[in-house]
Design a protein around this ligand. Structure first.
Ligand SMILES: Nc1ncnc2c1ncn2[C@@H]1O[C@H](COP(=O)(O)OP(=O)(O)OP(=O)(O)O)[C@@H](O)[C@H]1O
Length: 362
């Protein structure tokens, strides 16, 4: 069995009026893979084709070593026979059934021997155990969405497909539901394919990132490496920045907390999580500036040595994106073309980065 057999494989080609989809996805069989791209780039179409809701002639789709579609071999497993859960933007719950009956409905679809989760355990995982006797019309949008996710899980899927599951929620509800999605990620081994056009959501949740533009894959790879690419089209470069996975190592005497990553330490405002907690942070390219020698007169706390690996023009007039490595950890900085020229910033140049802002994502 080839290595990718354990993961998700989708080769899809489709022609519509004014839109052509041509993707070949090979995604890991665990963790959250985000499909990210502008409106109309084909994210939903990919999900629907993988689910079998949309029949794409000639396609090949396999999940966890099970072939769901291989037109060359005459295989097309109908959607109701595919072990998948699908969560849409708006939860479509049965209005006449309470939450428990809605969840039981998902569970009953699976033969007893193949059920992987207990109703109570899934309800607890999603924090809806106190809502089991309620009708959907007495739930908030965020609660409804958590019930929809629980119902999808109770069908014991091999793959969970989520199409902008937070898009219909306001900011507060989004913040309320994100920790539950992180729990799914931490506690289930099931792969999740997650469609979003929110960079914050992707940075917070994803392990693997697929960037789609006009029906094509622009980049696909581990989140950290993919976000650190400097050669992405302007749509993606505009909000450029990297994500670092860190561990809360301790607190400095002056009250700041120390976050250790593979190649150094960042200092941030005091964190109350337990020492040893894993925290993910985002560093925007616009928050990173460069100096040729170690600044001794800077108010910026996070100063780290780095080496330039590439410089790329952006669509922002007069600005360039600089790709660097702090040891093995990639970083992006956005500086002016003038500074690039005056400091002679080019690949191979060793310098110091000043990180003005570190956004804690989780
Ligand atoms: N049923 C359909 N029939 C014809 N064209 C469609 C259909 N559904 C979508 N399209 C077109 O296919 C293209 C891709 O649409 P898709 O919904 O996959 O994009 P998306 O990236 O999910 O967009 P959004 O972020 O706005 O949801 C668009 O040009 C869209 O107009």
């Amino acid at each position: 069995m080839e290595a990718h057999d354990a993961g998700i494989r989708a080769r899809l080609r489709l022609q519509r009026d004014g839109f052509a989809l041509e993707v070949d996805l090979a995604l890991p069989g665990h963790g959250i893979s985000a499909l990210f791209g502008p409106s109309g780039s084909g994210k939903t179409t990919c999900l629907r084709a993988i689910a079998g809701l949309e029949r794409v002639p000639g396609a090949y789709v396999a999940v966890g070593g099970e072939v769901w579609q291989d037109d060359a071999a005459g295989i097309f497993v109908p959607v109701h026979r595919r072990a998948l859960g699908y969560v849409f933007q708006e939860a479509s719950l049965f209005a006449h059934l309470d939450v428990r009956a809605n969840l039981a409905f998902g569970r009953q679809r699976v033969p007893p021997g193949e059920r992987r989760f207990e109703l109570e355990a899934v309800a607890a995982l999603l924090g809806i155990d106190h809502l089991l006797e309620r009708r959907p019309d007495r739930l908030s949008g965020g609660e409804r969405q958590r019930v929809a996710i629980a119902r999808a899980l109770l069908t014991s899927p091999r793959l969970l497909l989520m199409d902008e599951p937070l898009a219909a929620l306001d900011h507060r509800r989004k913040q309320e539901i994100l920790p539950y999605l992180e729990r799914l990620h931490d506690e289930l081994s099931m792969p999740i394919l997650y469609v979003s056009h929110s960079p914050d959501e992707v940075a917070r949740l994803a392990d693997h990132l697929v960037l789609l533009d006009a029906g094509r894959v622009v980049a696909s790879g581990p989140l950290g490496e993919t976000l650190a690419r400097a050669d992405l089209p302007p749509t993606f470069a505009d909000d450029a920045g990297v994500v670092l996975d860190t561990v809360l190592e301790g607190h400095a005497e002056d009250g700041l907390s120390r976050l250790a990553f593979a190649d150094g330490v960042l200092h941030v405002g005091r964190r109350e999580e337990a020492i040893g907690s894993r925290l993910r942070c985002r560093i925007h390219a616009r928050d990173v500036s460069l100096a040729l020698s170690r600044p001794l007169d800077s108010s910026i706390v996070n100063l780290l040595p780095a080496v330039v690996t590439a410089t790329v023009g952006t669509d922002r007039p007069g600005h360039v994106l600089v790709q660097l490595r702090m040891g093995g950890t990639p970083l992006l900085a956005r500086i002016t073309e003038r500074s690039r020229r005056e400091l002679d910033i080019a690949p191979g140049r060793a310098l110091w980065v000043q990180i003005k802002g570190v956004a804690l994502l989780r």
